[in-house]
Design a binder for this molecule. Sequence first.
Ligand code: FES
Length: 107
Amino acid sequence: MPKVTFIDAAGSSRVINIPAGWSLMEGAVQNDVTGIAAECGGGCACATCHVFVAPEWIGKLPEKSPAENDLLECTAVSRTPASRLSCQIPMSDALDGLVVHLPERQT
Ligand code: FES
């Protein structure tokens, strides 16, 4: 099962196992990761599941859809080239070891 490290804005980290096939957001929510609000439940409609992907992982993720790219303009903390919406990242064994940083706030 892929392991993901979530690092909050204060620098604290948690490592969580997320089943392949779940979204990164679902894994965070099911494990009570603080800092992922996911208000729309994964519908790519709220931008409150924003994460910053560690540089070494950016190119290993599936491409953003146009809808995700548009919604990233609506994040509470401004997007960067590392920004993704975690509900749009399907977990797979290829993402074992993924590292993401959480923004200071989601709303
Ligand atoms: S959970 Fe709403 S956009 Fe990801």
